[in-house]
Design a protein around this ligand. Structure first.
Ligand SMILES: Cc1cc2nc3c(=O)[nH]c(=O)nc-3n(C[C@H](O)[C@H](O)[C@H](O)COP(=O)(O)OP(=O)(O)OC[C@H]3O[C@@H](n4cnc5c(N)ncnc54)[C@H](O)[C@@H]3O)c2cc1C
Ligand SMILES: *[C@@H]1O[C@H](CO)[C@@H](O)[C@H](O)[C@H]1NC(C)=O
Ligand SMILES: *[C@@H]1O[C@H](CO)[C@@H](O)[C@H](O)[C@H]1NC(C)=O
Ligand SMILES: *[C@@H]1O[C@H](CO)[C@@H](O)[C@H](O)[C@H]1NC(C)=O
Length: 502
């Protein structure tokens, strides 16, 4: 492995510094309106420039998790072509203006708040889905999950995305892409065939297993740090059947039995039927009601297929049992509560998270988390909060060679993805601090008996306060390789606002 000599680092660094200092002096003279005028000349006719006093401003800066997450923009560029992305990046570099790509606007890391007076490169106009042949689909960098899913469904195909319909396809994929299909086909990133990437210096390159393969390695796991993906090719898959879904509600007294059962079906995780997935949350329906666990058990198959796998869950005596059958793939995410009109898609509500990845539930830890959750949701500011408990299965995920992508081993090996999701309104400092304290306490409880140096946060669920190894992996070689590649592909660290490596 090539190690980087400090002198080289210094040279690279001072080069970035020299360029930016000179540029800064020039830039001081350019107002936002001038920047917009300059860019207008460089962009394609269908690109749009939106300045802060424009009537469209509030809609282009609106995001999930606002105002907790509020990247600072001086200008929004709605790019219409790949060249527009490159031209915007080149211009921003020349004038020392920071930039941030936005697709679905669901990013949750507080590091996004480090952007000050930057340019938002809004990718939503790069929104297309072209089926190449039965196996492959070309997807625009700004395409949302539901746009891809519904188009492919009309051709009886599907691709591996995240669950939430209004999240982009690219955002989850660049960090893994956990989903209902992962146990069958691997993570979303495992289904990537190639990507067109605008690099931090404005050069556009193709990356695949044969072209710029080291970049291709890096974007599957740490992609947000390596470029702006304008389009990509994904594998598609057939849709063998409809889904059946049990929604079971359990009270606190079932906690022990329920989570022992969940642990059992994943011992070992490779033995679980890949068509069977679980997704659950703990929430409170009314201020005077105790929080309950809502467990979704889904099977890609008939109700009888599902029933066989759900029997032991039903035997625990849920408070309420709802069976939904014949769910077509295009309606699956709506049925699970992640449809584009669902609460998960509502903008301008804070949702504080801090991802936790577990091998197994620790029942004592979960009991502690439940108590903290009781206090949290007894506070009217946080009543709407929930504890997310995802458990999609990891059969195909562990079938991929872990060294073939940047994805940390922890991502592939831990079947449980969990986090408090703390909802609140407004931007009051005390509320934000209290929310963060609850999130931290719940995180510590969930990690009961897990050493801190084994904690792992899925990059797309990272809070923003984790150390690099907690997010990008504990294997030393992996983080070293990522840092080395970062110096090669983004030596001035222009891409540093989402879960930064450096
Ligand atoms: C309600 C909700 C549900 C979620 N469900 C899932 C899920 O089922 N599975 C899962 O894995 N994750 C899920 N996530 C997490 C999700 O993966 C991240 O929030 C992701 O970063 C969102 O991407 P986005 O494009 O929607 O958001 P944005 O805020 O637009 O993007 C997030 C970051 O990704 C980068 N980015 C986006 N597009 C590109 C691109 N084309 N090229 C380069 N960089 C880009 C940018 O740096 C940006 O800062 C969920 C999040 C929320 C809030
Ligand atoms: C601009 O957008 C319109 C409407 O979507 C489209 O028909 C046209 O081809 C686009 N023009 C260019 C130059 O891309
Ligand atoms: C059970 O859940 C269904 C669907 O959410 C709801 O309509 C019904 O009222 C619930 N029944 C009880 C007894 O809580
Ligand atoms: C941009 O960076 C890439 C990767 O380091 C490099 O190959 C390319 O030549 C650079 N482009 C310019 C214009 O310097």
């Amino acid at each position: 492995m090539v190690s980087i000599h400090p002198f080289v680092l210094l040279m690279v660094h001072s080069l970035c510094l020299t360029v930016t200092t000179v540029a800064h002096a020039q830039f001081e003279q350019r107002t936002t309106v001038q920047v917009a005028n300059d860019l207008a000349k460089a962009l394609s006719p269908n690109a749009t420039l939106i300045v802060p006093n424009d009537a469209r401003w509030s809609s282009v800066v609106a995001r999930v998790n606002y105002p907790r997450i509020s990247p600072g923009y001086r200008l929004v560029v709605e790019v219409a072509t790949e060249d527009d992305v490159a031209a915007t990046v080149l211009y921003a570099n020349r004038h020392n203006i920071d930039f941030l790509a936005i697709a679905g606007a669901h990013g949750e890391s507080t590091t996004l708040n480090r952007l000050r007076s930057g340019i938002q490169i809004n990718l939503r106009k790069l929104n297309f889905v072209n089926l190449q042949d039965d196996q492959t689909v070309a997807v625009g960098g700004g395409t949302l999950q539901w746009e891809l899913t519904s188009h492919l469904y009309s051709h009886s195909r599907r691709a591996v995305t995240g669950l939430c319909e209004c999240v982009s396809v690219a955002g989850p994929l660049l960090g893994a892409g956990h989903s209902a299909l992962q146990s069958q086909y691997g993570f979303s990133a495992d289904n990537l065939l190639s990507a067109n990437v605008v690099l931090a210096n404005g050069t556009t390159v193709l990356s695949s297993s044969t072209t710029n393969s080291d970049l291709f390695w890096a974007i599957r796991g740490a992609g947000h740090n390596f470029g702006i993906v304008t389009s990509f090719n994904l594998l598609t898959h057939p849709i063998p059947s409809t889904y059946s879904l049990y929604t079971l509600i359990y009270t606190r007294d079932k906690l022990d039995a329920l989570f022992s059962l969940v642990n059992d079906i994943d011992s070992p995780p490779e033995t679980r039927d890949p068509k069977f997935f679980l997704n659950a949350f703990l929430s409170r329906s009314a201020p005077d009601a105790d929080p309950v666990f809502t467990y979704c058990l889904a099977y890609e198959g008939t109700p009888e297929d599902l029933h066989i796998r759900a029997k032991s869950f039903l035997a625990l005596g849920p408070l309420n049992t709802t069976l939904t059958t014949d769910i077509t793939y295009d309606k699956l995410y709506q049925a699970l509560g992640f449809g584009k009109d669902s609460y998960s898609c509502s903008k301008n509500i804070n949702q504080g998270i801090s991802g936790v990845a577990l091998q197994k539930w620790n029942i004592e830890g979960l009991k502690k988390a439940y108590k903290i959750f009781l206090d949290l949701t007894a506070d009217p500011r946080f009543f709407d909060s929930f504890l997310l408990m995802e458990n999609y299965g990891i059969v195909a995920v562990t079938g991929v060679d872990p060294s073939s992508t940047a994805l940390p081993l922890e991502e592939r090996e831990r079947p449980i993805l969990t986090s408090a999701v703390v909802h609140y309104e407004g931007n009051e400092e005390a509320t934000r601090r209290d929310a963060a304290a609850y999130i931290k306490k719940i995180k510590e409880a969930l990690y009961e008996r897990v050493d801190k140096d084994e904690w792992h946060a899925y990059v797309n669920y990272a809070a923003g306060d984790e150390e690099v190894e907690e997010v990008y992996g504990r294997e030393r070689w992996r983080v070293e390789k990522l840092r080395e590649l970062k110096w090669r592909w983004d030596p001035c660290n222009r891409l540093r606002f989402f879960a930064p490596l450096v």
